[in-house]
Design a protein around this ligand. Structure first.
Ligand code: SF4
Length: 300
């Protein structure tokens, strides 16, 4: 049987489901979604939805965040094996060790973490609000997990804080090098360099604009330029090209997150028909993790 966008829309109505998809997912998945966005936008949508079922297309920590915010709803991840290499680098016991070592420090957990790690945090953040979330804490010492690049970016913006980074990274962003970007700039000298804060400092240092995926789209939409070198995952091309069909976008060739591409229409259809795979969290972990996630969402 051919699975079409129409058959997904029909099923979604019958089941009272909402489909949320990250900016890095396949174009067909973005077309099937009710909302496509970055982690912050997706968390807000997950918190607001009236639907009975949330189908989360992205990676597993995103489905967990939706479940943390909606403990009484059914949250489905069409491809439960789609993990995040960065999230898997940091465990709750490692965070507890850091807390023992720095007893006066508060903990900021990037949303790209498991529910157990979030449960150890004082506040969560995304790449669009890491500075705001960190500066909202009274403590000077901040344990920042798991992304060392986002930690470094946040530390630069907040010299008054003593940021203690965990040494995790995103394999898709950390692999982007300054020389790759400089090569692209040589080929396209008029292009703006637009980077995600998960990139290493050497890339951010030569960027014209730094922001989350959603902020990148806003920047490109409003820019007077028509050529852009984009230092983030290549799935962004679909939304960028829609936002600025008159423009050209150049990506480093290795900026690819394989797990973001694992979800397709067939798996969304199966999730809706068979109710697979449901996110199940330990209720106590979920209760504790909800506190830092809601604290982040209350930031304006
Ligand atoms: S792009 Fe990086 S941070 Fe995002 S899901 Fe993939 S590995 Fe994780």
């Amino acid at each position: 049987m051919e699975i079409t966008l129409e058959s997904i829309q029909q099923l979604k109505k019958e089941k009272n489901a909402v489909i949320l998809a990250h900016n890095y997912t396949l174009p067909e998945v973005q077309d099937a979604a009710d909302y496509v966005g970055d982690s912050l936008g997706l968390s807000r949508k997950a918190a607001e939805t009236e639907a009975e079922i949330i189908v989360f297309c992205g990676v597993s920590f995103m489905g967990e965040t939706a479940k943390i915010l909606n403990p009484d709803k059914k949250v489905l991840i069409p491809e439960p094996r789609a993990g995040c290499s960065m999230a898997s680098m940091c465990t709750a016991s490692q965070v507890r060790e850091l807390k023992k070592h720095y007893p006066d420090a508060a903990v900021v957990a990037y949303v790209n973490t498991t529910a157990d790690v979030k449960a150890e945090a004082d506040i969560c953040c995304t790449s669009s609000n890491s500075v705001k979330a960190t500066s909202s804490l009274e403590e000077k010492d901040i344990i920042f997990v798991p992304d060392m690049n986002l930690a470094a970016y946040t530390a630069r913006k907040l010299p008054e804080k003593n940021i203690i980074p965990f040494h995790g990274y995103c394999s898709a962003h950390h692999g982007i090098t300054a020389w790759q970007i400089e090569d692209l700039k040589m080929l396209h000298p008029g292009a703006d360099i637009v980077s995600h804060p998960e990139c290493a400092s050497e890339v951010l240092d030569i960027s014209d604009y730094i922001g989350s995926t959603e902020k990148m789209i806003d920047h490109v939409r409003e820019s007077s330029k028509s050529e852009f070198i984009i230092a983030t995952e290549v799935g962004m091309l679909y939304r960028l090209a829609k936002a600025r069909p008159d423009s050209r976008f150049y990506f480093p060739p290795n900026a690819l997150c394989q797990t973001m591409k694992m979800t397709d229409l067939r798996l969304i259809y199966r999730a809706l028909t068979e109710g697979k795979a449901e996110v199940v969290l330990d209720p106590e972990i979920s209760r504790r993790a909800r506190i830092p996630v809601e604290r982040m969402l209350s930031l304006r």
